[in-house]
Design a protein around this ligand. Structure first.
Ligand code: UDP
Length: 311
């Protein structure tokens, strides 16, 4: 197959690109590099099955030659980025999704949408099954991401129903691992970098809010299986092991051996109090479940940031 991956120079996009290449497919990787890094795909320079295209997918997307798949992964993905890039976040989720769907239609390609657990907002159902419609504040600072992704899901289903496009929708829960940006602002990268630098670990609020962290290799395996499946309805892919943010901070301190202190900061607006995927569907339909425990994943992530900070 020959596939387009938007956001290919990002954290998830670059790992997904590696997976598609490893499976023997050809990849066109597109990115405007506002939150992605060329370095994440630099190891693929010279690979004849990979082509990098610098382009903002919120503008009309032109790709020469046939495509069998269009995987739309371009988007800022950290709450700090949404605050800095609110309009771009809205545009890539809405206009970018529309352009990517139009390209898939023109090429007769399968379309794959990277959606998010943020469509559930600050959830009133716990854990979150795909059937839950969510609890999102449209006008809060996170609304730019949440609503763009909700629109993207609606647009994807409309192209599926009206144009008969073959589509997939994944809802990705908190994912971490090598190639996250050190200054990304997400909790795992923040804590690891802070611990390695001996800076205080910044816990927002009391740290009693929960998240369920999925290591990137597990997430990418779920993405690949869903892409290859025939399942059109949204599917959660995430690790159901749930931790408080304070537990995460303590684990990072233990694994790095850092003597950093813990400091409390104000809780961001609309920060979800709990989050945990119900992965019954992924288990039964895809035979998928995560394999990497938090400690093991953190060890790999710590090793990565150690080498990055050494550079
Ligand atoms: N968080 C924190 N300290 C940080 C960064 C994040 O306590 O330095 C908290 C944040 O308030 C949230 C959780 O960690 O409750 C996960 O935040 P992240 O930005 O990784 O992603 P989210 O799941 O909120 O989209």
């Amino acid at each position: 197959m020959r596939v387009l991956i938007t956001g290919a120079a990002g954290f998830l996009g670059s790992h997904l690109t590696d997976r598609f290449l490893a499976e023997g497919h050809d990849v066109v990787g597109m990115d405007n590099l506002i939150t992605g890094a060329r370095e994440n795909v630099a190891h693929l320079d010279g690979n004849r099955r990979f082509q990098f295209v610098l382009h903002d997918v919120s503008r009309f997307i032109q790709v020469d030659g046939p495509l069998d798949g269009v995987l739309h992964f371009a988007s800022p993905a950290s709450p700090i980025d949404y605050l800095e890039l609110p309009i771009q976040t809205l545009k890539v989720g809405s206009l970018g999704t529309h352009n990517a769907l139009g390209l898939a239609k023109a090429k007769g390609a399968r379309f794959f949408l990277a959606s998010t657990s943020e469509v559930y907002g600050d959830p009133q159902v716990h854990p979150q099954p795909e059937s839950y419609w969510g609890h999102v504040n449209p006008v809060g600072p996170r609304g730019v991401y949440d609503e763009a992704k909700r629109f993207a899901e609606a647009m994807t289903m409309a192209y599926h129903r009206y144009h008969g496009i073959d589509t997939r929708i994944i809802r990705i829960f908190n994912t971490y691992g090598p190639r996250m940006r050190a200054r990304d602002g997400r909790v795992v990268s923040n804590f690891v970098v802070q611990a390695l630098k001996g800076e205080p670990l910044t816990i927002y609020g009391e740290g009693q809010q929960t998240r369920s962290f999925c290591y990137v290799s597990d997430e990418v395996d779920g993405i690949y299986r869903l892409f290859m499946s025939d399942h059109t309805e949204p599917t959660n892919i995430g690790n159901p092991n749930e931790f408080t943010v304070r537990q995460l901070a303590e684990k990072v301190l233990a694994l790095t051996g850092s003597s950093s202190k813990i400091e409390q900061r104000p809780l961001p607006t609309d920060d979800p109090k709990v989050r945990r995927p119900d992965i019954t569907k992924a288990r039964t339909l895809l035979g998928w479940e995560p394999k990497v425990e938090l400690e093991e994943g953190l060890r790999h992530t710590i090793a990565y940031f150690r080498s990055q900070l050494g550079k």
